[in-house]
Design a binder for this molecule. Sequence first.
Ligand code: HEC
Length: 604
Amino acid sequence: MMPRWSLVGLFALLTAMWSPADVRAAQAGAEPPTWVEVAPIVFEACTPCHRPGGPGPFSLTTYREVRQRARQVVQVTRSRFMPPWKVDPAIGHFADQRPLSAGELDRLEAWVTAGTPEGDPAAAPRPPTFADGWLLGTPDLIVTLPEAFVLNADPSDTFRIFALPVPIRERRYVRGIEFHPGNPRVVHHANIRVDRTPTSRRLDAADPLPGYDGLMPRTAEYPDGHFLGWTPGQVAPLVSPDLAWTLEPGSDLVVQLHMQPSGAIEDVRPAIGLYFSETPPTRTPTILRLGSQGIDMAPGDAVYTIRDTYTLPVDADILAIQPHAHYRATEIIGEATFPDGRTQRVMHITDWDFRWQHVYRLITPLSLPRGTRLSMAFTYNNSSGNPRNPDLTPTRVLWGQRSRDEMGDLWFQLLARSDTDRARLTSEITTKMVAEDIIGYETMLTVTPDDVELHDDVAVLYLDMGRPLDAVRHFRASVARRPAAAPAHYNLGTALTMAGQVDEGVRELERAVELDPQYGVAYGNLGSVLLQQGRIPQAIARLEKAVALSPGNVEALNSLSAAYAVAGDTPRALDAIDKALTLKPPAAMQRVLRQRRDLLTRQR
Ligand code: HEC
């Protein structure tokens, strides 16, 4: 038998020449492995997170540390709880995928069974070193919370949303971001979106402490078809400059943190490093969301499944996939069925865990010809037999964004082959997703029928979908719950006129300006409707008021010029047309204004 030292010497030699996996395979002999053979497995698969300052709850960097937790290490690796990677390894085409092989699992177990022998300490490999700071290099811009959020010791999961202003003066193109949780002990994952409107900022400002509780508004979006989530240990590589996303001045990064309290009071101050490209992108991905927002699970239902499909109208490549569900999901399936009938699994998780919200990036994009059907099926267990069910006594569970509700989304990052294809894909997908969003709102409203914001939001979506009668139904509900709010009457009045119920619409708009005599936009809409009804003097009075209150209201100026023209007041009509044209209205309105001007000057 070979003396021990020569095996060690051989190992050192092999390490220099072969990959660690080859070495481990070559060593799988009859002798129980020592720390010398086991360390490379741990260093590769565990230490990136389990190290001082890393996201793992303890370090696994030395013989002593690993020996101390040896049994647990075997348990969590055998059960594939660690390293955290939820997708069935057989699907196997994602970046960062490092499943332990059966041989590696056996070696870890054999080492523990043999009593965790150390072997020759001199031959043990050194733990890897990790660059502190930014893994993607020095960021071009770092955005952080002005002050830390203080997480209290309350043991339940905490969700908090922060709007971080991005201090840029001009449009920038972003190749990637690196997220630093600020306190890896408690931050478990982060959802990151971009809000080009002040909505998120206002929500954040309304809460005196950093951030706010609640939901991300619809205006917080994935920018230009890019996922921006973060889970411990994941850093998305920079995309090539041609795929960068556009960041406009005045935008906020919106960060939702899922935190698991440590038992002590903790400061949390996340930071985001941004990496810019100098040139504008030439290709933009599109995000498809498959899922159901009509989830309604009976208490105790152990097998509840939702499904959705979408057939691609153009050729496209899948770049990345992200599943999202809450605690009760168990199995997640994503498939592509090609036009020839062949079906390929693109995502399969048999043991979903809410705590691991990975983005799975394909190493090689998967090309899908047009006509390919993408499908998802998520299964949930809402019985007490599901150890992850947060309800000790199962209850009815509906779709909703709070963690006690359920969700089921499979997001695909798709890249179309041309701008025309992308436009077609994006517009189809938007319609599909808005239709599903509407179902989600209606579901939430069955639980909280008095939530006026939900009524208003879904009404706006109905208007987008060309369904003004449904919008009217929700705006009426909103008015009924806050009869003294001018905007509620304004919304209802506007939707009523769009639905052709003009007389009632006028009454509601009149009510809006009665409640708020400074309501310029309401005067504008009111005047335009009166003009359509042929009530010219009344229309002129309201439109003049609208323009006096908000001189930039180009719609009101357009209507006013028409009202003056009908009333025979050509000088005022021409003046209103000129003012409107200097405001650079959309092309269609410009044409109308110019035609009206030509007509009026010819008549003179
Ligand atoms: C991507 C980061 C990451 C990697 C890689 C990783 N862990 Fe973990 N590990 C965590 C986090 C975070 C937790 C805290 C528990 C949780 O959030 O699910 C954890 C928890 C654990 C626990 C405690 C489990 C329990 O029941 O509480 C053990 C044991 C563990 N890891 C061992 C390992 C081993 C062994 C490896 C390598 C084979 C490994 N981990 C790889 C991040 C990681």
